[in-house]
Design a protein around this ligand. Structure first.
Ligand code: AMP
Ligand code: GLY
Length: 416
């Protein structure tokens, strides 16, 4: 099987490692890829959000499967363009990707499907913003309606800041605050059959102890020792299957990766958000534990044959990933600094590039690298991930020091 992987971040490096280790994958091409992915795939340049360009590359490379990593190409209709060429693609249509592309659309689908989520209003003028903020009270949750790379959400007790964010965004979703630990559950689906992966936890804020602004994610671990035993079955029954059915009913079946972001509240799991693709950096830990060959699984979802796919097999133990971010991230990330110590196994490249003249490895994004490790238990995996991070040299870099710490110490509790 020849596979074309679209994207260039840490998630795509983790997907590339999974695909390259599948014996059924004979050739792996990544576009545009990154210096870490280059070790396991042939790199091609492409404008990832240009549907015609990606479809043409899929044809030219004779690909049997196209895997689309990030949300922007999905929302732009890249999966539709590839499918129109008759090539199986892992990733939803533009219409179904609105589940991530528009917070208002996602809320509408959840309401129609009876999915448990925060009560919310879509607001586009200062009066309706003020009414919604009054009704819910602090902490205020104000979300940009469109794509914002994980940074369009403000959660604050500061009323002026909440109003300012709403003004800057134009159209926002304002919702009630959900109190409880967060879970990321990834579901592989062909639109009808659906297979959950291991639940993981992400760390959204830049600072230790969940302080400072939201980021794309600063670290992750799996599995979750504190998750209630029936959690995945409950979410499949109450969230995933009703959502997939509602999208089929609307003529926009969702095939690809449904990312369910949940808050574990006193009243039960509540959906915080849907994404239309694998999460970053949770993919780094989830795929590190997946034993089932990844190419075959994604191909089954892309060809509507997931119901016949054998049950997934998982490695014992745990995985932890710690993100190393540039100075200034998330507000204004500095790039172009030389990186050292990023060659070993377990180092996932997220925002790196090669300098043209001497091939030196440079920082090229906000999240630069992820130290990813597995171990017989969370504590061992965590120590190994931090060992990798200590070996990385990048001037001014930042990382959280508390990834997976609360879980290991038994400090995570579901309210109520
Ligand atoms: P989202 O982009 O919707 O995932 O939001 C980013 C982050 O903001 C989430 O991971 C949560 O940490 C936080 N957040 C979003 N919505 C809520 C909510 N209703 N209640 C509490 N926190 C939220
Ligand atoms: N880590 C959060 C996301 O991928 O949206």
């Amino acid at each position: 099987m020849r596979v074309l992987l679209v994207g260039s971040g840490g998630r795509e490096h983790a997907l590339a490692l999974g695909l390259a280790s599948d014996p059924a994958v004979t050739t792996l091409i990544a576009a545009p890829g990154n210096p870490g992915i280059a070790a396991v795939a042939e790199l091609r340049t492409v404008e990832a959000t240009d549907p015609a360009a990606v479809a043409a590359l899929a044809v030219e490379t004779g690909s049997d499967l196209v895997v689309i990593g990030p949300e922007a190409p999905l929302v732009a209709g890249v999966a539709d363009a590839v499918r129109a060429k008759g090539i199986p693609v892992f990733g939803p249509s533009a219409e179904a990707a609105r589940l991530e592309g528009s917070k208002a659309f996602a809320k509408d689908v959840m309401t129609a499907a009876g999915v448990p989520t925060a009560r919310a209003y879509t607001c586009a003028d200062p009066e309706s913003v003020a009414r919604a903020l009054d009704e819910f009270g602090p902490p205020y949750v104000v979300k940009n309606d469109g794509l914002a790379a994980g940074k369009g959400v403000v959660v604050t007790d500061d009323r002026a800041r909440a109003e300012e964010h709403a003004r800057e965004c134009g159209r926002v979703v304002i919702e009630e605050y959900l109190d409880g630990p967060e879970v990321s559950l990834f579901v592989v689906t062909d639109g009808e059959a659906a297979v959950p992966l291991l639940p993981a936890q992400d760390f959204k804020r830049i600072g230790d102890g969940d302080t400072g602004p939201n980021t794309g994610g600063m670290g992750a671990y799996a599995p979750l020792p504190w998750a209630p035993p029936g959690l995945v079955d409950e979410v499949m029954r109450d969230v995933v299957h009703p959502t997939l059915a509602e999208l089929r009913r609307r003529g926009a079946p969702f095939a690809g990766l449904l990312y369910v972001g949940l808050a574990m509240t006193a009243a039960g799991p509540r959906v915080i958000e849907f994404n239309a693709r694998f999460g970053d950096p949770e993919t780094q830990v989830v795929l590190a534990l997946l034993e089932t060959p990844l190419g075959g699984l994604l191909h089954a979802a892309a060809t509507g044959t997931l119901a016949e796919h054998p049950p997934l097999r998982w490695r014992d133990g745990a995985a932890v990933t710690v993100v190393v971010a540039s100075e200034g991230y998330p507000a204004a990330a500095r790039t172009g600094d030389v990186i050292t110590g990023a060659d070993g196994p377990g180092i996932i490249h997220a925002g790196t590039a090669r300098r043209a003249d001497d091939g030196a490895l440079l920082s090229a994004g906000g999240r630069v690298l992820c130290g990813t490790a597995t171990g017989p238990d969370l504590a061992t995996a965590r120590d190994a991930a931090y060992e990798l991070v200590r070996g990385i040299g990048l001037a001014g870099s930042q990382h959280r020091t508390d990834i997976a710490a609360a879980a290991i110490e038994g400090r995570i509790a579901i309210p109520g």
